[in-house]
Design a protein around this ligand. Structure first.
Ligand SMILES: *[C@@H]1O[C@H](CO)[C@@H](O)[C@H](O)[C@H]1NC(C)=O
Ligand SMILES: *[C@@H]1O[C@H](CO)[C@@H](O)[C@H](O)[C@H]1NC(C)=O
Ligand SMILES: [Zn+2]
Length: 443
């Protein structure tokens, strides 16, 4: 129960769109998209995921320029099974403007989430980067939340902070870890995380429950969630978020200029930089591109595993809180909850067919084949799926929207992602705890 409440934060979202055009492809099977998603000149958002539709088809979201749309419309003239649809455009600035000033008054006014306010209340703007810091300071001041300064400054010199709450000062009593703000353009992640924590703290303190949409949680439930011990890192990529907010450019990566100093060549995709099969040229089948070696790609993997300060900071949290068991990275906007693994199909029969076994180097990542599938113990697979199912059920009870749960590999493998990294630690790092890892894509 308590872990499904964790996900109730995800109803507070606002759909955001920018100057690229939001489209989706529709086809009778997910396999129809295999070729399309292999072209890394196209931007499929967080990850290319085919979602089942109500009429028994599959839908694939993308962000494309007018030229790319024209090119693909022409290409698919002879492939009538695959259709391309433009989505209704809403200017992101109109639906979710960036806040100006500081609504938390230099850390003196605590954030108040939607679960402790009258139904129908809305939050009218996205927090600016300074407000995120101010919000954390206000939680410290109002509720005595503890913070930890993370070891690495970002490329532009920002200091990152994670906070922890609910289980006292013993860091080994913390079991839940949530992060947001990895992909800069996926606006609203940091806001939801902070407002949700604020709701828990407010309800706990006042002895009340929480109401989200049609769903009410008791004070006892609120207290049990907090007692699990929550570590939260709401703004993993402050440089990227600051840049996206000031330019409205749908920026995704960080702002490191080591590999490229202008335009799209700036920045590393933090969610391809984690130390999990990072060197995909070595580990994956040559036909697969789970990340990119090109600095101008949206999925540029960086210069080495965990080369980026944001990645290092993220990882340092596991070392500070050694008993973290459940991790969720909050992204947007496809509307899904993804569970392990993301590098290939799951299998629970061969323990030796795993990411550490060099016998399989050069063979990973082909979805649907039997040459390689990633090992996950069957009890873990049951657990990670069950909690995913409970989470989306709780989200539906709150927001009405049906989220899809699926294995992260979906149509296409990824390397160096935060969720796979979290779950791989138990085997890759001696003494590391088992961490079930999720990626949520809200909105
Ligand atoms: C990827 O798409 C572009 C058009 O956007 C096209 O020119 C190119 O040939 C495609 N690459 C592959 C490998 O299919
Ligand atoms: C990041 O922080 C760690 C721990 O303090 C330190 O050892 C390392 O040198 C730092 N790396 C960079 C690139 O700043
Ligand atoms: Zn993302």
């Amino acid at each position: 129960m308590k872990y499904s409440l964790v996900a109730a934060l995800l109803v507070q979202s606002t759909v955001v769109l920018g100057n690229l055009l939001s489209v989706h492809f529709k086809a009778p099977t997910a396999a129809h998209f295999y070729e399309l998603v292999r072209n890394d000149t196209y931007d499929f958002g967080c990850r290319p995921i085919a979602h089942p539709t109500e009429d028994g088809h599959f839908k694939l979201h993308a962000l494309l320029s007018e030229q790319q749309i024209a090119h693909l419309e022409k290409e698919y003239e002879s492939v009538p099974e695959i259709s391309l649809h433009r989505e209704v455009m809403v200017k992101r600035a109109a639906t979710a403007p960036i806040g100006t000033g500081d609504r938390f008054k230099s850390g003196t006014v605590a954030p108040v989430g939607l679960g402790t306010q009258a139904s129908g209340t809305t939050i009218s703007s996205i927090m600016n980067v300074a407000e995120i810091t101010s919000a954390i300071n206000a939680l410290v001041k109002t509720y005595g939340v503890s913070t930890i300064t993370l070891p690495n400054k970002t490329f532009n010199g920002a200091t990152s902070v994670a906070a922890y709450v609910g289980a006292g000062t013993d860091k080994s009593a913390y079991h839940l870890y949530l992060s947001a703000g990895v992909h800069a353009r996926e606006r609203g992640g940091p806001d939801q995380l902070i407002y949700w924590i604020s709701d828990l703290l407010s309800a706990s303190k006042s002895g009340s429950g929480l109401t989200y949409g049609k769903k009410t949680y008791t004070n006892a439930q609120v207290k049990s969630v907090l007692a699990a011990g929550i570590v939260f890192f709401p703004l993993v990529n402050p440089d990227g978020v600051a840049y996206d907010q000031s330019s409205s450019s749908l920026w995704r990566k960080n702002r490191n200029t080591k590999s490229g100093s202008s335009g799209s060549s700036v920045g590393v995709d933090i969610n391809r930089n984690f130390d999990f099969l990072w060197n995909f040229k070595k580990y994956f089948d040559p036909s697969e591109a789970p990340a990119s070696t090109s600095p101008s790609s949206e999925t540029f993997y960086g210069t080495s595993a965990a080369s980026e300060p944001e990645t290092k900071n993220h990882v340092s949290v596991y070392d500070s809180f050694p008993k973290i068991r459940w991790f969720m990275d909050i992204h947007s906007a496809a509307g899904d909850l993804l569970y392990s693994w993301g590098d290939d199909d799951d299998q629970s029969t061969s323990t030796t067919m795993n990411f550490l076994n060099s016998a399989y180097d050069g063979k990973r990542g082909v979805v649907g084949d039997s040459v390689y599938k990633e090992y996950i113990p069957s009890t873990d697979l049951t657990n990670v799926k069950n909690v995913a199912a409970k989470t989306v059920a709780a989200m539906k009870a709150v927001g009405g929207r049906s989220y899809v749960t699926m294995q992260a590999v979906g149509l296409y493998p990824t390397s160096g992602a935060s969720d796979d990294y979290s779950y791989s630690r138990q085997w890759a790092k001696s003494g590391a705890n088992k961490v079930y890892g999720y990626t949520m894509e809200f909105g």
